[in-house]
Design a protein around this ligand. Structure first.
Ligand SMILES: NC(=O)c1ccc[n+]([C@@H]2O[C@H](COP(=O)([O-])OP(=O)(O)OC[C@H]3O[C@@H](n4cnc5c(N)ncnc54)[C@H](O)[C@@H]3O)[C@@H](O)[C@H]2O)c1
Length: 261
């Protein structure tokens, strides 16, 4: 018996940590409902999960749009019979100060990064409650604790995710629903690659930036999406039955010290 046999998991974001998590949960026997706006990534995920023999419904869906989240939850429940797990990994990462960030960009960050977690909870928790419980894991960031400069909107969303995680955990604990967040440091995914490449960077520039980012972490390297997926899978599993309302850092020691190399 695998750890997620008979479970149905909704995962937002179809690249990076979302993709690694969908793979991990599917390998554990879960049926996957995945939502993303990157159509090419969605098609690749669909093909990969199908060829691995997993049950999966991969949908082109914008997780900041209520009807699209409602539709994804409904389609998944109809196909697989219910919902047990939600992993919220989709996000945008705008750069800017409060002065240089325009209001549309600010609102988009709030609605994609935080609003989507409200929406998956709003439509998903009633389904989880019908099953007698479940688990939600929200992907936050170390930026929710100690942020860099020029990421005002992004960092704000990550702090909000920590708070929303606690609120959801308290409100739904007696329904058997556990809610936690994970806060990664730098992880090798498309979001980090974009930061590493800048406007015109080469692949060598990206690797050099990854090395530099890694140096900032006491452990001396950046993390891999599979490492984050493994922590998420643990929090989704029955082994984490007493874990709720908490954040779990996975940052190579980044936030353990002050200016430590
Ligand atoms: N990679 C890192 O260094 C790092 C560090 C800390 C936190 N995180 C967080 O990890 C999570 C996953 O990011 P990642 O690193 O895998 O990068 P990623 O860019 O691969 O993943 C983000 C995904 O969100 C999707 N997305 C964006 N807007 C969407 C929308 N409106 N509707 C549906 N999907 C949408 C993107 O298409 C992409 O697939 C994010 O919440 C990110 O903030 C990443």
């Amino acid at each position: 018996m695998k750890d997620f046999d008979g479970k149905v998991a909704l995962v937002t974001g179809t690249t990076g940590i979302g993709l690694a998590t969908a793979r991990r949960l599917a390998a554990g026997g879960a049926a996957i409902i995945a939502c993303g706006i990157d159509r090419a990534a969605n098609a690749a995920m669909k093909a990969e999960l199908a060829s691995s023999g997993a049950e999966a419904l991969v949908m082109d869906a914008d997780v900041s749009v209520p009807d699209q989240v409602r539709g994804a939850v409904a389609a998944g429940v109809e196909r697989f019979g219910g919902l047990d797990i939600i992993v919220n990994s989709a996000a945008v990462h705008p750069y800017g100060t409060a002065v240089s960030t325009d209001f549309d960009t600010w609102n988009k960050a709030m609605s994609v990064n935080v609003g989507s977690i409200y929406l998956t909870a709003h439509f998903g928790i009633p389904e989880m409650t019908r099953r007698g419980g479940g688990a939600i894991v929200n992907v936050a960031s170390v930026q929710g604790f100690a942020c860099q400069q020029n990421v005002a909107a992004y960092a704000t969303t990550k702090g909000a995710i920590h708070t929303l995680t606690r609120a959801l955990a308290l409100d739904h604990a007696r329904s058997g629903i556990r809610v936690n967040s994970v806060s990664p440091g730098s992880i090798r995914t498309p979001i980090l690659e974009k930061a590493a490449r800048g406007d015109h960077g080469s692949d060598a520039d990206v690797e050099e930036a990854y090395r530099r980012f890694g140096e900032a972490h006491p452990i001396g390297r950046i993390g891999e999406p599979e490492e984050v997926a493994e922590l998420i899978a643990f929090l989704c599993s029955a082994k984490a039955g007493f874990c709720t309302g908490a954040d779990y850092k996975i940052d190579g020691g980044l936030t353990a010290g002050i200016g430590v190399k």
